[in-house]
Design a protein around this ligand. Structure first.
Ligand code: GBH
Length: 486
């Protein structure tokens, strides 16, 4: 065993879980095989004109539906202890309803879980990672309250069928994208633009659906299966653009509009006061009879509050935030409701349109979560960056992980209860509306070859060393300190 001290590195504790993440639609393919139903991504990628860069689709993606055994070998080879994947709702319930279960789909996940366990790894399973069955979208999708009970029934099927072998559950991945990007700005399936309206209705139902699934587990499965159920919430770190009180408040408000939108109801019972105030006032000024932000009843608040065993956090990047002096207040949208201006610093290294490399942001998010919500166990469920093209020499990815992990290690030393880390992603995959352009993988995937050949990038060796030694170079030894003046 190599000692971290000898290497002048920091060591992660033994109980800290280390893994890699993917999601069903992004890697599986097999979009219409063996009885799988159509979901909103299938529908969107096949529509004309296609809303996807280069008209790409996830029809085959990484072909993990057939190559899952190879995927598990890669994971095993990297020395990690967890695999985070998601279940495709329409693969096991083709119509979305639980009255008809697709055996072949169930067997796929049973075999996958068996393979994971046989290789000494543990599954961390996301029940919903953005691929709603199309028939449920035809009813209106997440903005229709009907979805709450249907999601509960889907979760019941998942707990019943897989719960003996799955001890870590995530109800929903990044609800902010499920609602704001899918039903607000409309850049993700089902590509509905309903700024400032459907996005808030969606969130109301997502939160209720999450709470119902948690209660279901707590009431009917926990005693027997002894697992835990969390949700994954994503955020950028929001750094005040100046020391002014207005900018400090604007940055906090922006965090509340992204993260608190979901975390506050689940951990504190209701939407953040900033959202209630700003959306309420703007709605009134705009002539709406009631706030565009729906209200929870007292009973709902009691029901939702505390429905969480651990909090998944996805961190990729940081924005600077300043106060927007919006006296007109006429724009109806989630973006405008926050009354902030967001920007990036030109010196922050570029990864992709929305992703600048800002490692210190992950440390700030960890401290903010603890300060805001107390000692909840945190699992960093995603963190990573995109590269382009076919190169396997991804030193910038290595540097990204080295630095971010160093800040994570510091946060642990500061007493923040971080229980695990799953990097995004095991391999290049279908990156939603940008198709296969942004490559987030440790493994390169050749999407031109029918074999979808996986080839290790240089970063595979780095992550393997991290996972097997649990050591990480301290950020003070990284060549460039990446503008740590903040
Ligand atoms: C995660 O989303 C997802 O969970 C995962 O499926 C995905 O593959 C991975 O990260 C990498 O993207 O500025 O209007 O262009 C990341 C969340 C998605 C939030 C992009 C910000 C920017 C939209 N981010 N979004 S825009």
């Amino acid at each position: 065993q190599i000692s971290c001290y000898e290497l002048n590195k920091k060591r992660f504790p033994d109980h800290f879980r280390i893994g890699l993440a993917t999601s069903a639609y992004q890697v599986e393919g097999g979009w219409n095989e063996d009885g799988k139903g159509e979901n909103i991504w299938d529908r969107s990628v096949h529509s004309i004109p296609s809303p996807i860069f280069n008209k790409e689709t996830g029809d085959i993606a990484c072909d993990s539906y057939h190559k899952y055994k190879e995927d598990i070998r890669l994971l095993k080879n990297m020395g990690v202890d967890h695999y985070r994947f998601s279940i495709s709702w329409s693969r096991i319930l083709p119509t979305g309803y639980a009255n008809q279960i697709n055996e072949a789909g169930v067997n796929y996940y049973k075999n996958l879980i068996k393979e994971i366990r046989a290789n000494g790894l543990e599954p961390l399973v996301t029940i919903y990672h953005w691929d709603l069955p199309q028939p449920l979208q035809d009813l209106g999708g997440w903005p229709n309250e009907y979805i709450v009970d249907l999601f509960e029934e889907y979760a019941r099927v998942a707990f019943t069928l897989f719960g003996d072998d799955v001890k870590q559950w995530i109800t929903i991945n990044e609800p902010k994208q499920v609602c704001q990007e899918a039903y607000g700005s409309g850049i993700k399936a089902p590509f509905i633009k309903s700024h400032g309206l459907a996005e808030y209705l969606c969130t109301h139902n997502v939160i209720k659906a999450h709470a119902k699934a948690w209660h279901l587990y707590d009431d009917e499965f926990r005693n027997k299966q002894k697992g835990r159920v969390g949700i994954v919430i994503d955020t950028f770190w929001m750094e005040p653009a100046s020391d002014s009180e207005a900018d400090i408040n604007a940055a906090e408000r922006q965090l509340q509009f992204i993260f608190g939108w979901y975390a506050n109801p689940i951990l504190r019972g209701d939407y953040p006061w900033q959202m209630k105030k700003f959306i309420g006032e703007r709605s009134a000024k705009q002539g709406f009879k009631t706030s565009r932000l729906p209200e929870f009843t007292k009973q709902e608040i009691d029901y939702i509050n505390g429905t969480i065993d651990f909090l998944g956090v996805n961190y990729y990047t940081t924005n600077m935030v300043s106060e927007k002096n919006d006296t007109v207040r006429n724009e109806v949208s989630w973006e405008a409701d926050a009354e902030t201006i967001r920007f990036v610093k030109p010196e922050w290294p570029f990864s992709t349109t929305w992703l600048r490399v800002v490692p210190w942001g992950i440390g700030k998010v960890m401290h903010w979560v603890k300060k805001t919500y107390g000692d909840i166990p945190i699992w960093i469920t995603e963190n990573g960056m995109a590269t382009y093209g076919e190169s396997l020499e991804d030193d910038n990815r290595i540097e990204y992980y080295q630095k971010h992990l160093s800040y994570v290690r510091d946060a642990l030393e500061d007493g923040i209860n971080i229980i695990g880390y799953t990097a995004w992603s095991l391999m290049d995959n279908f990156e939603w509306q940008v198709g296969y352009d942004d490559r987030f993988g440790f493994y390169h995937v050749d999407f031109k070859s029918p074999n979808r050949t996986r080839t290790p990038r240089k970063s595979v060796g780095f992550y393997r060393q991290f996972a097997t030694t649990r050591c990480i170079v301290d950020k003070s030894q990284c060549v460039d300190d990446n503008h740590m003046d903040n």
